[in-house]
Design a binder for this molecule. Structure first.
Ligand SMILES: NCc1[nH]cc(CCC(=O)O)c1CC(=O)O
Length: 312
């Protein structure tokens, strides 16, 4: 079984933000607990991405999701690193040839958190209050229930956004509860948004592990630390997103919930101002996860037609 042996050192590639590092270290801890990893040293290698460099423009204008993954995926393909750890929600649906998402850690809280020094919930914010968020989905979802809010762009990592909120740049912001939890900052959440009012982003709360498809030794280890229900949910959600992704400027929410052999999928597309929205809900068996995600998206495309997807 010589060929199954790992090199003495393997490298995990990640972005350098505190959240990304926390996620990479969580994967490292899971891997090093595997019985046959005792003799392998696992390093965490920080890779700076274009998304980290571009700080002055809204990301939706400069090219979206791939910006946070391009350099990391190049390092993975070249063998500089052996696996990459990402927030699933930041991953494009199409990966470079030769790479795959082999596993997901057990999903954290999927909900968005509401953070504000002046109100307990989104609904209780004063009339015309300023909400800081750079997410098209959060903007549209918030405006759907509070059309009076003034939404301003709020870039930067989680800590930067908390600082801006403390400085009064905005009266409220929205952040993934999962990210706050992983950073030990959960006490900053004022309240949590119910997924029935406010659908999370596809993949929210799930840490993805990307590997080279032909690297069987690494894939086999990574598969052993993956959570099966999370993987099934992500198949449905990413299939949903892949059908809709034609327009990455469309606000989209999507969530699959797994209960034993059963899957419940809910999805929504919105106009950027939140005035129009279309929701879908489909359920079935987990074996049909991909088909359910795709069917949900096709249903929305059929109903929304040109209104939401690139039409005028
Ligand atoms: N876009 C940044 C990003 N990517 C993943 C998370 C949170 C962690 C997760 O969803 O797993 C965040 C921060 C946020 O949206 O609050």
């Amino acid at each position: 079984m010589q060929s199954d042996l790992l090199p003495p050192v393997i490298r995990i590639g990640t972005r350098g933000s505190p959240l990304a590092l926390a996620q990479a270290h969580a994967v490292r801890a899971h891997l090093s607990a595997l019985p046959d990893m005792a003799a392998t040293e696992i390093e965490v290698a920080v890779i700076r991405t274009s998304g980290d460099r571009i700080q002055d423009r809204p990301l939706s204008e400069v090219g979206g999701k791939g910006l946070f993954t391009k350099e990391i995926e190049a390092a993975l393909l070249s063998g500089e690193i052996d696996l990459a750890v990402h927030s699933s929600k930041d991953m494009p649906t199409v990966l470079p040839e030769g790479l795959e998402l082999s596993a997901f850690l057990k999903r954290e809280d999927v909900r968005d958190a509401f953070l504000s020094p002046v109100a307990t919930t989104l609904r209780e914010l004063p009339q015309g209050a300023v909400l800081g968020t750079s997410s098209l989905r959060r903007r549209a979802m918030a405006l759907r229930v509070r059309p009076d809010l003034q939404v301003i762009d709020f870039r930067g990592n989680v800590e930067t956004r908390l600082k801006k909120l403390a400085e009064g740049v905005a009266q409220a912001t929205l952040l993934a509860k999962a990210g706050l939890n992983r950073l030990g900052l959960e006490a900053h959440a004022t309240s949590l948004l119910d997924t029935y009012d406010f659908l999370p982003a596809v993949g929210q709360g799930a840490v993805a592990i990307e590997t080279r498809i032909d690297d069987f030794r690494i894939r086999e280890r990574v598969a052993r630390i993956g959570d099966e229900a999370t993987g099934i949910a992500l198949i449905a959600e990413r299939a949903f997103l892949a059908v809709l992704d034609g327009s990455c400027r469309t606000p989209i929410g999507g969530l699959a919930e797994i209960e034993g052999e059963h899957i419940l999928f809910r999805g929504m597309v919105l106009s950027p101002d939140g005035r129009r929205s279309e929701a879908v809900r489909l359920e079935g068996g987990i074996a049909d996860a991909r088909a359910i995600g795709m069917a949900a998206a096709e249903e929305l495309v059929g109903r929304g037609g040109r209104t939401f997807f690139g039409g005028d």
